[in-house]
Design a protein around this ligand. Structure first.
Ligand code: UD1
Ligand code: UDP
Length: 371
């Protein structure tokens, strides 16, 4: 039996951990550490309860702060946990500050680092996520790649030992939770009932399947620049359908009181749980986002996507025009959001594995760490 410390801290990491934690615990001992990077109920606990993720054994309560402050606090507290728990390996997910802190604390103690979602690159070094993922990959002992592109990216940086294509655990999660999402929300009376209580400046919200945009914006490069943010929401205001925005707390903080005077077709709601999010994606006309996870969920659920960035790590989603990069220029956002959807129904090449990434990852860990 292996003794694995898993480090999570941010919303997408809870979702990624869900398929792996359950399986891992069938044969091994997992000690789950939540850094406390995300802490609001609907950014954290909600995911544990909805997705049946075991409760964290430790919550380090680091909260928000500057990058150095947040990562530094995590590093100090994670090291203490690792010294006490003496794990055989430390498992980290994705590219957040929690990922880097987990990888760094472990490797300084000589503990093998297992990186799920290794090899992703935007080649934009000013992104905090790019810094975190490059450093984590270079510290990792075993690297689990969601796509072949990721394997190739690592090879170009001289990393080929301990690298595997496993498929994407977020695809596992979509397959595993879509039915539950449909059961819970499909039966709840549809979108009207879900959105019924939501304040909407244009009057009563009327949302019907396939007739609204679903948008999320939280990437630092977009959210931290108030002018840029206003430009993005201004472009949403020019669209011909309601735009539902489950608003990330970072974005809400920057927009502040301007949230109340956004264009009338914009429906701002609090961040929602994963099951409702899957339902909202599956029924959307199109997804507009700067999120990594959401670009893929749109692709998996066959909903077109416009990505409000100049590059993406998930280049496979661009094939067939399923996903399009618009940047944040208003005209470009509007043009791409209203583009003819020629691709609906066209064949996709699934580059993200078979939906059994969690199983493959655990098997590889067992083979490599032996036990
Ligand atoms: C982090 C990750 C990003 C990931 C995102 C997922 C880093 C550098 N960034 O960005 O890669 O895509 O999580 O959502 O790790 N806040 C709250 N309540 C919370 C959490 C955050 O109010 O529960 C607010 C705080 O004002 C905080 C701000 O959001 O300062 C940003 O939070 P932080 O965790 O630093 O970065 P994210 O933008 O969430
Ligand atoms: N998500 C969610 N509720 C929301 C917004 C997003 O459950 O209100 C989910 C989304 O479906 C995806 C994940 O959170 O699975 C993506 O997280 P986020 O966009 O915060 O981070 P990123 O993927 O960009 O790192």
């Amino acid at each position: 039996m292996l003794r694995i410390v898993t480090v999570v801290g941010a919303r997408p990491q809870f979702i990624k951990a869900a398929p792996i934690s359950t399986l891992l615990r069938e044969r091994h001992l997992e000690i789950l550490v939540h850094t406390g990077q995300h802490y609001d109920h609907n950014m954290s606990e909600l995911f544990f309860s909805e997705l049946g993720i075991p409760l964290p054994d430790y919550n380090l309560g680091v909260g928000s702060g500057s990058h150095g402050q947040q990562t530094g606090r995590m590093l100090e507290r994670l090291e203490e946990v690792m010294i006490v728990e003496k794990p055989d390996a430390v498992l980290v997910y994705g590219d957040t500050n929690s990922t880097l802190a987990g990888a760094l604390a472990a490797s300084k103690l000589g503990i093998p680092v297992l990186h799920v979602e290794a090899g992703l690159r935007s080649y934009n070094k000013s992104m905090p996520e790019e810094q975190n993922r490059v450093l984590t990959d270079h510290l990792a002992t075993l690297l689990f790649c969601p796509t072949q592109t990721a394997v190739e990216n690592l090879r170009r940086e001289g990393i080929s030992e301990g690298v595997w294509f496993t498929g994407d655990v977020m695809y596992d999660a979509v397959l595993r939770f879509s039915g539950m999402s449909q059961e819970r929300y499909g039966a709840a009376g549809g979108l009207d009932r879900i959105m019924g209580g939501v304040a909407f400046q244009g009057g009563k919200t009327e949302l019907s399947a396939g007739q609204y945009y679903l948008a999320t914006i939280h990437r630092a490069e977009n959210a931290d620049d108030p002018q840029r943010l206003e430009g993005i929401f201004g472009a949403f205001g020019m669209l011909d359908k309601p735009v539902v925005v489950p608003m990330h707390p970072r974005t809400r903080r920057i927009l502040g009181e301007k949230t109340a005077s956004l264009p009338q077709n914009i429906v701002v709601i609090e961040p929602v749980g994963y099951l409702l999010m899957l339902y909202l994606v599956a029924n959307a006309y199109m997804v507009l986002t700067d999120s990594g996870g959401l670009q893929k969920e749109a692709y998996f659920l066959r909903v077109p996507c416009t990505t409000l960035r100049n590059e993406t790590e998930w280049v496979e989603t661009l094939e067939n025009g399923w996903n399009v990069l618009s940047g944040v220029d208003s005209d470009s956002i509007v043009r791409n959001a209203m583009r003819p959807l020629q691709c609906v129904g066209c064949d996709q090449r699934m580059a993200f594995g078979q939906g059994n990434a969690a199983e493959i990852i655990i098997r590889r860990i067992e083979e490599r760490l032996g036990r």
